[in-house]
Design a protein around this ligand. Sequence first.
Ligand code: ADP
Length: 480
Amino acid sequence: MQLKDSSLLVEACFIDGAWVGEGATPVTNPVNGAVIAKVPHFGAEETTRAVEAAGRAQAGWAKRTAKERAGILRRWFDLIIANRDDLALIMTSEQGKPLAEARGEIDYAAAFIEFYAEEAKRLYGETIPSPWPNARMVVIRQPVGVVAAITPWNFPAAMITRKVGPALAAGCAAVVKPAGETPLTALALGLLAERAGLPAGVLNIVTGSAKDIGRVMTEHPLVKLISFTGSTEVGKLLMRQAASTVKKVGLELGGNAPFIVFDDADVDAAVEGAMASKFRNMGQTCVCANRLYVQAGIHDAFVEKLAARVKALKVGDGTEAGIEQGPLITDAAVAKVEEHIADALSKGAEVLVGGKRHPLGHTFFEPTVLTHVKKDMMIAREETFGPLAPVFRFETEADVIAQSNDTEFGLAAYFFSRDIGRIFRVAEALEYGIVGVNSGLISTEVAPFGGVKESGIGREGSRHGIEEYTELKYMLLAGL
Ligand code: ADP
């Protein structure tokens, strides 16, 4: 890996302001399985040390003015942007997404630090008209304390900054466990935070045993909030574990996004939206379109155009120019896509494009379009998390809303229509935390991201995202 600043490739953990541990667990490049680096295999003992360091650092950090905290965060943002190319290359090497997407993610990740550096100064409280004449009521926001964060591999930078940005801005200290597949981006971000002047212990990064680290994070009394992005299964487990000490939880879990194209839609715009929503990050995002519903009158035209676009996607090593689809993260990810396709084909679906492992081998998979998809197939219920676009044909608005909502998930939904009445009707009827209308991309640091139902608890991004990291304190001033 040819970095401009080779010191950004870190093989140690960040605890209490020191880089500790030795490279033990290999981090591999999904393009070819080559080992890029090794990171420490830490467990309960080191995580406890990190939590205690965060506990010691937090009070001092919270006592600083919001402007001082914002200044350090702003320097961190500047350093991330200045090192964008190196960070993106580290990310592509461990995660597989094309370099252009990795650069985009670095900008997106940095934007959370910038936004919350600004927002730190606006954590306003309130006064309440008192029901008693000799009393006044004041409400302030205080940091929750030590925050623990567990993050996934699909966005190795942004899933960290959208938790740590608001946490640090609010005056919390954090302990982060990045995904085992993608710890290097996280550690590089930690190094830049140190260079930005973040005091020792305010940010700690621990790699190693997910189970052991997760247990300390959810059960240590010093930790006041656990923020998790990942699978619904692990999210439920962490929520159960966190119950023992009644911690606040922030959960961003699985999705099963419907992407609806009505007869009155602009077909070309809908195809572009579907490409952006479905094939970004090789389909490995929790807001990726999982089920494409296309109304009968426009179905064939949409499918034909979509197939042409999908066929033209360039698959390969994401560090090479012009590549639009990299490898999937692991063999297990490929196996899941294969399972969904096999199940659909056995129940009458047809492959229009792709459908199998890519000749490039390893974890490369052909971008795929399936038609004649029905609701009794696995893909109607489960998140595929891969480059597979299953197209359902539908007749009526009421029917497609019912099918879209027939899931335990409720993260993102998309639809294309040019009828203003329908736009409000459908947007309000969809049981999702996020609805994209005439767009396949919805994520930005300025808007609240999060799901309903079993897709999660809480919101990340926007002014609401920082409130999660605070507690309200109501002060009654009587006897005045
Ligand atoms: P995915 O299937 O996308 O990898 P996971 O939920 O398994 O989703 O992983 C998301 C994050 O949760 C990763 O950082 C992973 O290491 C972590 N994780 C997995 N199992 C546990 C666990 N038992 N306790 C705590 N963290 C876990």
